[in-house]
Design a protein around this ligand. Sequence first.
Ligand SMILES: Nc1ncnc2c1ncn2[C@@H]1O[C@H](COP(=O)(O)OP(=O)(O)O)[C@@H](O)[C@H]1O
Ligand SMILES: [Mg+2]
Length: 402
Amino acid sequence: MKVLFLSPNYPFEMQDFTRGLAEVGADVVGVGDTPREGLSPKVRAHLAGYLQVSLQDSHAVLAAVRATGVRFDRVECLWEPFVELAAWLREQLDVPGMSLDTARAFRDKELMKQRVEAAGLRVPHHTRASTREEVWAAAERFGFPLILKPIAGAGSADTFRVNDRAELELALARTAHVPEVSVEEFVDGEEFTFDTVCIDGKPAYANIAQYHPRPLIARSNEWISPIVVTVRDMWAPKYKKGIELGLGVLRALNMGSGFTHMEWYLKANGEVVFGEIGARSAGGHLVDQMNWTGNVDLYREWARAVCWKSFEGETRRQYNVAIIFKRALGEGRIQRIEGLERYLSRYGGHVVAEQLLRPGTPRRNWLQTLVSDGFVCVRHPDLDATMQMAQAAATDVTLYAG
Ligand SMILES: Nc1ncnc2c1ncn2[C@@H]1O[C@H](COP(=O)(O)OP(=O)(O)O)[C@@H](O)[C@H]1O
Ligand SMILES: [Mg+2]
């Protein structure tokens, strides 16, 4: 089994997916922008070969892969910007797996919603717009509030909630560099993920997680410590319609084998609405959270699913796992962390990971990385107890920078 794996070193999760591929018996050839010397030891230990080529240059990647003379059985990518490149390479190299047409619908938010809607599933009212006039026309049709976002966005970047005409003018100015936007009805409600590892379109593994608060709010307010919690009891009635929606979306988009990461909304009246989906794993440590939810190694089981169409991991769920991302007060370098000792003496038995930046470390850009200035991750079999510990980490642990 020879696997070409795009971007094995970055984002950080890819290093463990590289390991997973090697562990299920694949010869993994990595391709990416990182210089060979910059690869982490973990990645190096699990790669059979590496091509340093800019992933922005698809033809250079294709030429480099052809030059190896290796006949690949799989081309895989779990990093959003290059999921389409992987599909294009599969077509060029005649490798089985998701087609370019299918991959495009996991990336282009308008095409995605068209196909999901055509399957009779509920999506926000939406339209594509490339001029001011088109955006204004959509605003007339949908009314306020509405959402303006890039067609192929990620991480809530350049996504705006627009409450009235004046705010629409502002949002238009701020998205002027984006050639084409999606205009959507604003859907009020709770926001969840539905993540799967599929084999031929059917989830061998599934997960539900909830965002507290919704990502757009978390990304618009620096003082917030965003929380994401995997739900142990995901088969409870509250999530049933969300799971049905998720399964419908996988069918509508012709999912094959691999990871998916979907977002969906639950309105106060019980209605569920599709948000978006990617043919890739979630970022921001959600894969680790899923692993801690049920004592499974999804890095390896994803690899088994794509290489051998098999899944041997644990699917029983034992914990709710909450991650709390922290943003320091002040700019510059971390000076001190307050409240952590008290927190750990109280809840330490439930803490599965704590990676807050230590004094002396420069702050990260919270707008660019959800992980921000680090995180605390806790787990507990009871959801309320988990959320209580998560809220405590949000309010009682403070990083100061200066
Ligand atoms: N139609 C909508 N109604 C309400 N909130 C939305 C809508 N579209 C996006 N959002 C908010 O913006 C966030 C980012 O939008 P999303 O489509 O998920 O793009 P991204 O690829 O940046 O994650 C969502 O998580 C949600 O909180
Ligand atoms: Mg999103």
